[in-house]
Design a protein around this ligand. Structure first.
Ligand SMILES: Nc1ncnc2c1ncn2[C@@H]1O[C@H](COP(=O)(O)OP(=O)(O)OP(=O)(O)O)[C@@H](O)[C@H]1O
Length: 290
């Protein structure tokens, strides 16, 4: 585990992929996401993310944590080639993600963005079907296998009963689940999930996280997820990357990253941290200062 500008952010992270099914010596290795010499900005302004090197380990679950505005969504967007770097490169499985065409990208990396928009009359099932078109082409029609993938995705997030409902008539949480079903229906080797638990009740939060974990365990899917609840992130993820002011500040296994020092230096919160079998207990010592 290191601090400040990293030269190799795998420090402290065990990149051994044992545990995922694809860890089999004869099977394909799960793909790794790696960013090098990266600077990200909007409208050619000052960089909001800058880092030397960052690795999201292959076949593992990594949570990005950090304060509001620290650059989590921006980093995720660059991993999905939605944002072109000012300088530097994001690699997926050794390829520059900017080199992928739109459909190719959507068959490799599934992104749940923070803000999503669809015509109100689109049904949940039609929305989820958009996760399959990159595999087929929009005008080719969906195969039986595509419909099965859509069924699996709706079931994974627990909205198989909402398939015929227009998304415009759903609650915020139900819409979030519909978008997540679309992302899952892409059946990609990596998932980039930006705050997938926002708007969700506790049951659906746990269900969505369990679904992502199942995909990781069953198919070796590499998961990178932004979570605001640091306790939940520590319980769920194999690794944490804490961002501060657009730069990775600390990274490694949760019990090494979640410390009183980190909470104070990154989040400005003085707290006691205890680690039990179920993860950390975080108890603020005093009210946060304004
Ligand atoms: N579309 C945009 N145009 C200009 N600046 C942006 C844009 N999106 C984000 N930023 C800026 O980039 C910085 C990082 O924002 P980002 O959304 O990546 O942070 P975050 O860690 O995901 O925040 P949050 O936890 O609040 O979602 C912030 O200073 C933000 O104001």
């Amino acid at each position: 585990m290191s601090k400040g500008e990293p030269t190799d952010t795998t420090g402290g992270i065990d990149t051994n992929t044992e545990g995922g099914l694809d860890a089999d010596a004869d099977g394909p290795s799960p793909p790794e996401l790696e960013a090098k010499e990266l600077a990200l900005s909007y409208d050619a302004g000052e960089p909001v993310v800058e880092l030397d090197r960052l690795t999201v380990p292959a076949g593992e679950v990594t949570a990005l944590v950090g304060p509001n505005g620290s650059g989590k969504s921006t980093l995720l967007k660059s991993m999905n080639a939605e944002l072109t770097p000012e300088s530097g490169t994001v690699y997926f499985d050794g390829d520059d993600v900017q080199s992928y065409g739109t459909s190719e990208l959507a068959t490799k990396l599934g992104l749940l963005a923070q803000q999503n928009d669809a015509p109100a009359s689109t049904t949940v099932r039609d929305l989820a079907a958009h996760g399959r078109y990159p595999h087929r082409g929009f005008f080719e029609g969906l195969s039986e296998a595509d419909h099965e993938a859509i069924d699996r995705a709706l079931e994974r997030v627990g909205i198989e009963d909402l398939g015929d409902r227009p998304v415009g008539g759903l609650s915020g949480g139900q819409q979030q689940l519909a978008w997540l079903a679309m992302t899952f229906a892409q059946e990609t080797d990596a998932l980039l999930l930006d705050e997938p638990t926002t708007y969700l009740d506790l049951h659906h939060q746990l269900r969505v996280l369990r679904a992502a974990r199942q995909l990781n365990e069953e198919r070796g899917v590499t998961v990178c997820v932004v979570l605001h609840d640091i306790g939940q992130a520590a319980r769920f993820a194999d690794n944490l990357i804490a961002l501060k002011d657009g730069t990775p500040y600390e990274w490694g296994p949760p019990d090494e990253v979640v410390t009183p020092d980190l909470l104070e230096e990154v989040f400005g919160v003085e707290a006691e941290v205890g680690f039990g079998p179920e993860g950390p207990t975080i108890v603020p010592r005093k009210p946060v200062e304004e």
